[in-house]
Design a protein around this ligand. Sequence first.
Ligand SMILES: *Cc1c(COP(=O)(O)O)cnc(C)c1O
Length: 364
Amino acid sequence: MSRPVPKPGILDIAPYVPGKSGAGLSGRVFKLSANEAALGPSPKAVEAFRNGAGHLEDYPDGSAGRLREAIGRTYGIDPAQIVVGIGSGELLHYLANIYLGPGDEAIHTTHGFLLYPIATLANGATNVIAAEKNLTADVDAILKAVTSRTRLVWLANPNNPTGTYVSASEVKRLQANLPPNVLLVLDAAYADFVTADDYEAGLELVKNTENTVMARTFSKIYGLAAARLGFIYGPAHVIDVVNRTRAPFNASGPSMQAAIAALADTAHYEAARSHNTKWRQWLTDEVTKLGLKVTPSVANFILINFPEQKGKTAEDADAFLTKRGLILRAVKAYKLPNALRLTVGTEEANRLVIDALRDFVSST
Ligand SMILES: *Cc1c(COP(=O)(O)O)cnc(C)c1O
């Protein structure tokens, strides 16, 4: 019997599996598996969203004009070079749809974000994996992986789930040595949490080159994951084609109003950043004291590495913590079977995790 058949590549995709939510557990649950904001969104953003709900019968501004202007002011960039989308995820898919097809190659690194291979395969293109060094993207390995078929390089900087980053000078070197027809996509979802001096999200490269795009999200530091908003900043010719293909009215009105209010509330942003800096370090120190290895992170999560010894593995720890209502992210799908990713939480959640890990480590 004949039936509709998807394009080549589609059935090679393993569906994206989000972190456990803890639904179904009794008692209090702390979801530390999705890199959501420890302090939540700005109360002003919540209020703006509520106000936006007064007119659900109206289509939103399809060009996201006010939000693009607010983003432009915040980052000092031209609003005409911004496209807003349903999270940055939607926009990354558009880039793949536009630039990748059968026979093309897209490069990402060993533990790169799982959306990249999905978007690549969905377009019948081939995933090429560049090895990392110390769980960090390696510019030389990426450059070595480039062939005449390469059309796109995905680089999460900082990367999820490793929490590591590539310095500004290395990203610059990557761009400078890529063929000019290869699109470099800098996914800077966690840029706001980075305090390292030698880091840049990519604003300069986008401004000064024709093949670099930076993606940002309102899901992480702004605490608006449910509002589903992100944006890309890119050269005019890229923005033009994304606007030709994107779904009309892709960003919802109340969500955009919330995002505009969130951008204006710089005090909340700074509080979220300070909270993260303080507790990321505290968690790193405390986990290390327990004899577990933490991969140094610049993001709003840390990667905890467990031994392979029976009873002490990442899987054992995951089960132990889950029983206490502490939901971390298993990262097996990221080829990190011996690790768990822990999102920086509230002070209470962070302390509970360390108490539980202490009990886990000392249990026989
Ligand atoms: C969370 C995240 C995003 C953003 O996702 P949204 O679709 O904007 O919610 C993008 N890239 C990486 C690496 C992420 O971890």
